[in-house]
Write a protein of this length. Sequence first.
Length: 340
Amino acid sequence: MLSYFLRRLALVVPTFLGVTILIFAITRLVPGGPVERMLANLHSQGDGGSLSISGSNSALSEDQIQELNAFYGLDKPVHQAYWEWLSNLVQLDLGESTRYYEPVSDMIAERIPVSLFYGGMTFFISYFISIPLGYYKALKHGSVFDSLSSVAIFIGYALPGYVVGVLLITLFSYHLEWTPMGGFTSDDYEDFELLSEQVADIMWHAILPLICYLIGDFATLTMTMKNNLMENLSADYIRTAIAKGLPFKQAVRKHALRNSLIPIASHFGNSLLFFMTGAFLIEVIFNIDGIGLLGYESIVERDYPVVMGIVAINAVLLLLGNIISDICVALVDPRVKFGG
């Protein structure tokens, strides 16, 4: 098994290189950029005429535009610019924002606590509710509880999280005024003297966003757990165990449950992305100053160093998450012998 995971770790390097090439190529090939964004802002403040990078309609001269391209490193050949960015990336230097002129690593670090909070809450609530709920639904298959909960789960799964967010804000925040319109904390958060008041304020703001975060993955995990448990309950080894005198509940807990957790374990490592990015549109709707909102604003403003930094971090988390998923599968399923 050790040799298998060493080979998987070795494959991370070429895979990551391929991802970085793709990231860099996309940011260079898509239209627009920091210079074009600056010219567009200058034109919007002027006569509102059509944008022209060079020529009589340009707010800047050709020499000034060339100086800006050199300042942002856009005058270098693609392969040279990629190599410099990759060299800095290996040294954990994500570059500097072309919008705020701050280190990208500092901008991400400022927003990590917010994303970790929502990612951690989403992760633990999803697993610690969906697994018992799927277990109970499988045992009560066909009951009123199973039918009603399935309808609610599928409705939630069919609606994107950001659509649910708009509906929740409209109903509970705007019309009923029960919850805040958005944000991570209140404006007077710093004035709270007690820790319990600060925690209560954070949780009060987190109620609606967490529902949006949970609704999709929660449905997937619950139905995966239920369907796999039902499949194992109908297997021959469970019927044989019960026929030999093993109580039904004990047969479920000792045998069927563990085998039903294998698909859940294969999804476990990919949940690392919960802890980092969240969902772009959900953070935009609720004005949560996390990494998702930072990424969305960076895409809109063509702040390519921030976009590339966030995507590169996500790629590393996804690659490591796949390895963690394999480890979880090996721990849950004793039949798995990687590399055997």
